[in-house]
Design a protein around this ligand. Structure first.
Ligand SMILES: [Zn+2]
Length: 271
């Protein structure tokens, strides 16, 4: 069985995820980060099957680890406080719910707004006085270093999967292959360097590029209800809540019983 590790360029994915929505749709595209590694695994299985002539169901690679490299804004405009809080909660849920390895790097925003559009609209005058762009290179270098280190490690991965479209990663893809490991590219059409679309020709990948655009329906986040077993009464019930790893789930009846048995002391209710 092939052993694969996924390396996600989080800043790139965040910026480009809207390219996954329907062309004339106004809705925000919400990506299901729980399904992303599964979609990648199954797409890779098709690639492996095409090379070996086996059935794709029999050559599903083992996803050993999913790394996510993201920016952690500091010194940003005060308007963005809530946005940054949401982002931290998001990183936390990648770790605790979906088992990602999350590595974040501080990016100094110099008092500017975080999103390029907001910067253009609201910081225009200051931007004219001093031309400035956020310095996010640490994220890329960290990803490349981790991908190389894991390729060089005995017992590392067989296939290093890069999720990005940034041509800065061309050298690391070549180097990983020179170490005798395979690489695969997962990207978004419309947000990918030209070389990423023909990896074999460019000696940067061993499989046909996986375009997330082809998996939009699977990757769209929908809070479907799933069946859980109540940790107290053992009955099955449905909920759209996603528990953290190891978190117990309780049915509505048991929750209500618990609240009756443990009323909140007067005055301690949290706002
Ligand atoms: Zn129960």
């Amino acid at each position: 069985m092939y052993r694969a590790m996924i390396f996600i360029d989080g800043a790139w994915l965040f910026l480009n995820r809207q390219k996954l929505r329907e062309v004339d749709s106004e809705e925000q595209f919400q990506l299901d980060y729980e399904k992303l590694p599964i979609v990648i695994r199954d797409a890779l299985a098709n690639g492996i099957a095409a090379r070996t002539g086996e059935e794709s169901g029999e050559v599903k690679p083992l996803i050993m680890r999913t790394y996510f490299f993201g920016a952690q804004p500091v010194n940003y405009h005060v308007d963005n406080e809530q946005q940054v809080e949401n982002q931290e909660a998001f990183y936390d849920s990648l770790r605790s719910r979906y088992g990602y390895e999350v590595e974040t790097f501080k990016v100094d925003f110099n008092g500017f707004h975080i999103s390029p559009r907001e910067r253009f609209e609201k910081d225009f005058e200051r931007l004219q006085e001093m031309s400035w762009i956020p310095h996010e290179k640490q994220v890329d270098v960290a990803l490349a270093t981790r991908m190389m280190a894991m390729a060089a490690m005995p017992g590392g991965y067989d296939i290093g999967v890069l999720v990005s479209g940034d041509q800065d990663f061309l050298p690391v893809l070549r180097q990983v292959r020179e170490l005798g490991r395979q690489t695969a590219i997962v990207t978004i059409y419309g947000a990918a360097a030209r070389e990423f679309l023909s990896p074999q020709e460019n000696a940067i990948g061993d499989y046909e590029t996986v375009l997330l655009n082809n998996y939009v329906e699977t990757l769209r986040l929908v809070y479907d209800k799933r069946v859980y077993t109540c940790a107290s009464c053992q009955r099955n019930f449905k909920s759209s809540y996603r528990p953290r790893r190891g978190e117990n789930m309780y049915c509505n009846a048991c929750r209500a019983d618990y609240r009756r048995a443990h009323p909140m002391p007067y005055g301690e209710e949290i706002e």
